[in-house]
Design a protein around this ligand. Structure first.
Ligand SMILES: Cc1ncc(COP(=O)(O)O)c(C=O)c1O
Length: 457
């Protein structure tokens, strides 16, 4: 047990490899399908979008993958990240539980997303690709890729940013441009899919699914053939890179002789949650560790708690690969909750498989409860967390209060995926009493079933 505030790893103890859970899954993940043929996607189809090294990682059967030295060097700008004991929150709750958080907000971009943007930019550059196109919802992923482009150097980054976020969060796009990226509100007039939507509504608010379609379309149709696409969540290789979080946490808990009983993380596409829990989930699957693992999502976008496990398109215009996962339907437009990064209709196939086999549990929270938890965290621990992260904070508090009611000295650990310093408009709305709860209605889920692709896999 630790009474210290922070558990730090020295740079020389930094883990040197990522943890791949694919060989340990209770059931293999089904191959991605081509949206055109509904047959397994060929390597050539994926090659249009990604460098070979990332495609290899996507399907690797190796238990560990070595992190390249250049990537480790760049990680050291902000890693290893601290594991922090939330003493003041514990005291405020009067709980006998010990609460820890792994603080991923310490990256220059403010979130865990840099853990994958750096290796993605690195592998592309190794293959000679110096132009990356991506989408961003709330702006965290776009910022992280822009940062990676700047750190690697000689790399052009273009970001399609969901229009409503572009308007609500001007500082995020300024940050991206400061790092040298170009940022376009989506839907835009630069792609066919964007133009079609603008024709129906010139002020279309956009969605993550639409922005993904625009980025994929640009890469696939660009005459110069000089660009690749980069995705900030969902895919296996993204979660793989994020396991640096859990690998460090394993070492940090070992250092203080502490074993977490409950691990908590928020889930949009599943990357911070996966990155934090996968090294522990692997041990659980191997029967070496007993730990509850809790995925937290918004009630307005309840993919794991109310979605359907099925093949679905990853994006609105059906251009990207089709994957088997929990989904609310690819044309689902979530209500405008402030946790923009959790407003995705699908989920990582890997996390979906862990959920299907009950290796992990899932829970959904309402927006107001989530902001109340974030406010308590800010007033006790000092950090104003991102609205996405606030979902994990809410569940950690709930678990700590359960432990209090049962007088149990549980160890609860959550992933603090990012800070909310650019989310002041959201906090302003909360403080002004303007926030509302949004719950995704059951009939919408049933309706979405009819629009899933028909697959004979
Ligand atoms: C701070 C933060 N946490 C969590 C998420 C959710 O994404 P993921 O589930 O891939 O971690 C996002 C997405 O933008 C984010 O910005």
């Amino acid at each position: 047990m630790s009474d210290d505030g922070k558990v730090m790893l020295s740079e020389k103890d930094q883990p040197q490899r990522w943890c791949n859970i694919l060989p340990f899954l209770p059931e293999p993940i089904k191959p991605y399908l081509s949206p055109q043929t509904m047959k397994p996607a060929t390597p050539d189809e994926l090659r249009v979008l990604f460098p070979m090294e990332l495609i290899k990682q996507e399907f690797s059967s190796e238990e560990y993958i070595e992190i390249p030295d250049d990537v480790l060097q760049l990680y050291r700008i902000y890693r290893p990240s601290p594991l922090v004991r939330a003493h003041r929150l514990e005291k405020a709750l009067g709980t006998p539980a010990r609460i820890y958080y792994k603080n991923e907000s310490v990256s220059p971009a403010g979130s865990h997303k840099a853990n994958t943007s750096i290796p993605q930019a690195y592998y592309n550059k190794q293959e000679g690709v110096k132009r990356l196109v991506t989408e961003t919802g709330a702006g965290q992923w776009g910022s992280a890729l822009s940062l990676a482009g700047a750190l690697l150097g000689d790399m052009e980054i273009k970001v399609y940013m969901v229009r409503v976020s572009y308007q609500q969060k001007p500082y995020r796009s300024i940050l991206m441009r400061t790092w040298g990226a170009s940022v376009v509100p989506s839907p835009s007039d630069q792609t066919q899919s964007g133009r079609a939507l603008l024709a129906t509504d010139p002020n279309h608010p956009g969605s993550l699914g639409i922005a993904i379609s625009e980025a994929v379309e640009e890469v696939a149709t660009r005459k110069e053939r000089d660009s690749h696409y980069a995705l900030g969540s969902v895919l296996n290789h993204v979660l793989l890179h994020q396991t640096i979080i859990g690998e460090e946490a394993l070492k940090q808990f070992a250092l203080i002789g502490e074993k977490p009983d409950v691990l908590v993380g928020c889930v949009g596409g599943g990357s911070n949650f996966g990155g934090f829990v996968i090294p522990f989930a692997k041990e659980k699957l191997l029967g070496r560790r007993d730990v509850r693992i809790l995925a937290v999502e918004p009630a307005a976008c309840p993919t794991l708690t109310k979605g359907i496990f099925a093949f679905d398109y990853g994006d609105e215009a059906k251009l990207g690969p089709v994957a088997e996962m929990y989904t609310l339907g690819h044309d689902f437009i979530p209500s405008g909750i402030h946790a923009g990064g959790l407003r995705y209709h699908g989920d990582s196939p890997l996390i979906s498989m862990l959920k299907k086999h009950n290796v992990i549990e899932a829970v959904a929270h309402n927006q107001l409860d989530v902001f109340e938890a974030a406010q308590l965290f800010a007033r006790t621990e000092g950090i104003v967390v991102a609205p996405e992260t606030a979902h994990a904070v809410k569940s950690a508090i709930e678990e700590a209060l359960k432990a209090k009611a049962r007088n149990e000295r549980k160890v609860i650990a959550f992933c603090l995926s990012g800070h909310g310093n650019f989310d002041m408009a959201a906090y302003d709305d909360y403080l002004a009493g303007k926030l509302e709860n949004h719950v995704h209605p059951e009939e919408k889920i049933a309706e979405a079933l009819h629009r899933l692709p028909i697959v004979n896999a």
